[in-house]
Design a protein around this ligand. Structure first.
Ligand SMILES: [Zn+2]
Length: 381
């Protein structure tokens, strides 16, 4: 047989290659061999019929928490919450401290199927000290899965220069939380390639708007110089009204991510495709939503040559999704509702050429949902 896997007849959306058209995707071993029209089905060992569905690169979620072996909050299992929902690559946003990192790598990262990169969190509650900076520098040079530093909102703002210094070592990135400090001062410390997460947050202490309700000029400037404006939905990190106010002024997110953890996996976040569908609800076209979930986050990880596209010779991470039409309600962290007529539902997830056949996390009803409308969205599959 010429190919191990052939995904036939779907609408291929591959922003990195400028493709949005009906195509077939042929996979051999762990790599994409070709994307073309009308490839012969009898030349493939396995054929997936994608007629009427969208076929995209694997989703890349830049904000997850998957340090399960540490026990307790906040982590959720990586494969059943990420891979099962189309996320083939994820970035753990600082769940492990430097002292925990070697254990995290040996246990969780090594045993998960999802391609799991990570940032290290500098210890709470007093923020990093020079000894920690040295420790982080040592780790960044030792582990190719460790890409930089997460600056946590509970840390003292005055320790940000130390986080910056540690992240810069080895060309690492700094991820900051938009509700962690006043936006202008925070962004002063952020460089091209860094990630501002929770950009459209609902914690109004440090709004992304100035006193006139205008997006801070600093935010426009940061985007212009290459700081990624990320969703990072989470339990506090995403409000429809914040994003609507920003969209009215022309400010869009660069990347879509979930910040899925134990506090929101049962709503309102649930998973990556639900978060992506919320962007559809706000009027962002599906081709842009896929771009924000594949090509751009791959670039943020400096992995655009291998990930985030269906280019021939790259890793065969592919998602076949239904786009359901109907009436759907979506909730944000304030339990505000937006209606939408579309929903992205991944059906077949291929990672490194293999179809995922493992478990899928099923959301349970939580007490915090009681004040939510009765028909708010729950994944049925
Ligand atoms: Zn987080």
């Amino acid at each position: 047989m010429r190919w191990d896997l052939l995904i036939k007849g779907g609408r291929v959306i591959d922003p990195a290659n400028g493709i949005d058209d009906v195509r077939d995707v042929a996979i051999s071993g762990k790599v994409v061999e070709t994307v073309a029209g009308n490839l012969p089905a009898d030349q493939a060992t396995t054929v997936v019929d994608a007629t009427g569905k969208i076929v995209t690169p694997g989703f890349i979620d830049l904000h997850v928490h998957n340090f399960v072996s540490a026990g307790g909050r906040p982590s959720v299992d990586s494969d059943t919450t990420n891979l099962a929902f189309g996320v083939t690559t994820a970035l753990d946003a600082g769940t492990a401290t430097p002292a925990q990192y070697p254990h995290y790598w040996e246990t969780d990262i090594a045993s998960t199927k999802v391609r799991l990169y990570s940032l290290v969190r500098m210890p709470d509650p007093y923020g990093p000290d020079p000894a920690t900076v040295a420790e982080v520098k040592d780790l960044i040079t030792s582990y190719d899965t460790l890409l930089g530093v997460k600056f946590h909102h509970s840390q003292h703002f005055t320790s940000l220069p130390l986080a910056r210094e540690a992240a810069d070592f080895g060309g690492g990135m700094l991820m900051c939380e938009a509700y962690g400090a006043p936006i202008p001062q925070l962004l002063d410390w952020m460089n091209p390639g860094d990630i501002l997460t929770h950009t459209f947050h609902a914690a109004f202490r440090f709004p992304i708007f100035d006193h006139r309700g205008k997006v801070w000029q600093h935010l426009w400037d940061a985007k212009e110089r290459g700081v990624y404006l990320d969703i990072g939905h989470g339990a506090r990190g995403f409000a429809f009204r914040t994003m609507e106010q920003a969209l009215e002024q022309g400010l869009k997110p660069d990347t879509i991510s979930t910040d899925v953890h134990v506090g929101n996996v049962d709503g309102p976040v649930y998973d990556m495709p639900t978060t992506m569908s919320k962007m559809l609800a706000l009027g962002i076209p599906i081709s842009e939503v896929i771009d924000m979930s594949t090509r751009i986050p791959a670039r943020a990880l400096s992995q655009e040559r291998e990930l985030g596209s269906l280019s021939a010779g790259t890793v065969a991470d592919v998602v076949v999704s239904r786009v359901d039409e109907g009436k759907f309600k979506y909730l944000d962290v304030l339990h505000e509702v937006r209606n939408a007529d579309q929903r992205i539902v991944p059906e077949t997830v291929v990672y490194s050429g293999q179809i995922y056949d493992g478990g899928r996390y099923s959301p349970v009803e939580m007490s915090h949902q009681h004040d939510a409308p009765p028909d708010f969205i729950v994944n049925e599959t």
